[in-house]
Design a binder for this molecule. Structure first.
Ligand SMILES: Nc1ncnc2c1ncn2[C@@H]1O[C@H](COP(=O)(O)OP(=O)(O)O)[C@@H](O)[C@H]1O
Ligand SMILES: [Mg+2]
Length: 206
């Protein structure tokens, strides 16, 4: 079973990717990002200085919205619990997790903007006992000084990148491996899912 986080950055451009995932014949759990909806929450937070827990909760609920949209656009079934996904994944192949029920009930993450859907997807991976996660976004991977990195150790990631602030240390804590890949090239994502090489950044935790 593969865990694939699809960033909200692909909200308007996800259809070819979702189609490719559905047709690739692998078992895939999709966790959606919060996209523009979460950016609205950030803006409201900036305006009213919301309680961080409230912002955290609202941003997580934004992931559900994006998940509902990906489900509709990709004709992929959505689920609120890992129980239901595990029961049906053999039958449906690809499942979208609407993560708010799981994430708010387990409440494992820090309530801060350092934690976004990248880190929250890692918690989901941990709950599923997975060793790998594929982070699908709208750039080819992680860049440093203008160059795309093929591989980077989590402890070398600093500052602004295509994964959130809490992600590197959490990846190390869970001893997981992540791949950051461009979802505008669905074939790259499918290659990663099938364990093949492609253009991406691999983040190793040791
Ligand atoms: N060092 C970096 N390497 C790659 N992307 C970066 C870097 N710094 C900032 N970014 C930005 O991160 C964006 C992807 O993250 P984000 O906007 O959170 O998208 P998503 O919705 O897919 O999570 C890219 O579009 C890129 O502009
Ligand atoms: Mg993001």
């Amino acid at each position: 079973m593969k865990l694939v986080k699809i960033g909200g950055s692909l909200l308007y451009r996800a259809k070819p990717l979702l189609k490719a995932l559905k047709e690739c014949g692998e078992k895939i759990i999709i966790v959606p990002g919060g996209g523009e909806f979460a950016n609205v929450v950030r803006k409201v937070d900036k305006t009213y200085n919301l309680d961080p827990s409230v912002s955290h909760k609202l941003a997580i609920e934004c992931m559900d919205l994006v998940g509902e949209i990906y489900g509709e656009v990709g004709n992929i079934k959505t689920y609120k619990t890992l129980f239901d996904i595990k029961r049906e994944i053999d039958k449906v192949g690809v499942a979208i997790l609407l993560p708010s029920t799981l994430l708010l009930s387990t409440d494992l993450a820090e309530h801060s903007w350092n934690v976004t859907s990248d880190s929250l997807s890692l918690y989901v991976g941990r709950l599923l006992n997975l060793k790998e996660i594929i982070i699908v976004t709208d750039v080819d991977g992680i860049y440093r000084e203008g160059k795309l990195l093929n591989i980077i150790n989590a402890n070398e990631i600093e500052g602004l990148t295509s994964v959130d602030m809490a992600f590197p240390s959490l990846l190390q804590k869970f001893n997981m491996t992540a791949y950051v890949v461009n979802g505008l090239y669905p074939e790259r994502v499918v290659k990663l899912i099938k364990g093949e090489n492609t253009i991406c950044t691999k983040i190793v935790s040791r």
